[in-house]
Write a protein that binds this ligand. Structure first.
Ligand SMILES: [Zn+2]
Ligand SMILES: [Zn+2]
Length: 327
């Protein structure tokens, strides 16, 4: 693999924001984003704080964020980077649904659209024009580039024809599953205190603490981790590959997202289950997939294609030559 210094490649032209529909707010997303952020802040009130809750939030970032979003939603459903038993696929997807980042069908459709149109007009969340747009704006402001219905038809017919994914979609069942998981945190805390013979108010307080930290704080944390991949790794970092977009490899984002920040590598070879290419690019999500593979729970794992750097370089040079001829 050829390792390049931070590239001087000119950034692609920013997608035009002409698709914005007069700053119309998407309340379906804006409302829960506002409310759950406020609820998460209340977790820091002394009466709701508990170290058990903090530990659950941190562990939850791996269980729901890495296993559910990074491995389930992203590398498995959106890219089919590996195969696994159906029960394991469903477990990973359910964990992902509990992060409240849309249903797997909508998430995968918009993500495949992002890869297809990356940093060009049609990209749902390119941050090239605005960091805030890529991080959060595209979720809360209507735009033609992020029309879920159209995106599903074009990019996710394989998922809409699947009974499990269709069931999650119907009547927003995936949201009900997520709410059940959050309620389970309250029940666990309530029951733990009750079994120890604690008073009812303490059981309620501890249940609320686990609900807030294991649910709201963890959901908000995973949101910002995912959004950081959309925003930061299309703006700042180094490039190993001459992809036609502005994707970057970002160490900080990779560390906090367990491997999703090697985003230039990922755009270079979206099918690969391994995003970190080499020991300098740690990828906990990949190590998890590799561990599952070693015990026979995962197979048909896609790895980075040999000659990838050279192939992308040749394509970029052909594109530049074509552009020069046209000018
Ligand atoms: Zn990207
Ligand atoms: Zn991807």
């Amino acid at each position: 693999m050829s390792m390049r210094e931070p590239s001087d490649d000119p950034a692609p032209a920013a997608p035009q924001q002409a698709s914005l529909q007069s700053l119309r707010i998407k309340w379906r997303y804006a409302s829960p984003i506002i409310v759950i952020h406020l609820i998460a802040i209340s977790a820091f009130l002394p009466s709701f704080f508990s170290w058990t809750g903090v530990v659950l939030a941190v562990l939850g970032c791996y269980v729901f964020g890495t296993l559910g979003m990074n491995i389930g939603y992203h590398r498995l459903v959106a890219h089919r980077s590996f195969a696994c038993p159906l029960w394991l696929e469903y477990v990973l997807v359910i964990l992902g649904a509990c992060c409240l980042e849309e249903s797997p069908i909508v998430w995968a459709a918009l993500h495949r659209q992002h890869h297809h149109m990356a940093d060009k007009e049609g990209d749902p969340h390119s941050p090239v024009a605005s960091f805030l747009w890529g991080h959060l704006g595209w979720l809360v402001i209507k735009s033609d580039n992020a029309e879920a219905g159209r995106s599903i038809v074009r990019y996710a017919p394989d998922l809409t024809s699947d009974r499990f994914y269709s069931w999650l979609e119907v009547g927003d069942n995936w949201i009900k599953v997520a709410l059940l998981s959050v309620a389970a945190f309250f029940v666990a805390g309530f029951v733990a205190v009750t079994i120890e013979g604690g008073p009812l108010p303490e059981a309620v307080r501890f249940g609320c603490s686990l609900l807030l930290w294991g649910g709201a704080v963890r959901i908000v944390a995973v949101w910002h981790l995912t959004w950081s991949v959309n925003s930061i790794t299309h703006l700042w970092g180094y490039r190993n590959y001459m992809t036609p977009d502005n994707s970057r490899n970002n160490l900080l984002v990779s560390l906090i997202t367990n491997g999703e920040g090697w985003h230039n590598n990922h755009h270079a070879d979206p099918a690969s289950a391994r995003h970190g290419h080499g020991w300098r690019e740690p990828d906990v999500a990949w190590l998890t997939i590799h561990a599952l593979q070693s015990v026979g729970l995962v197979w048909d794992v896609a790895l980075p294609s040999p000659g990838l750097a050279e192939a992308l370089e040749a394509r970029a040079l052909r594109g530049a030559a074509g552009g020069a001829h046209q000018n």
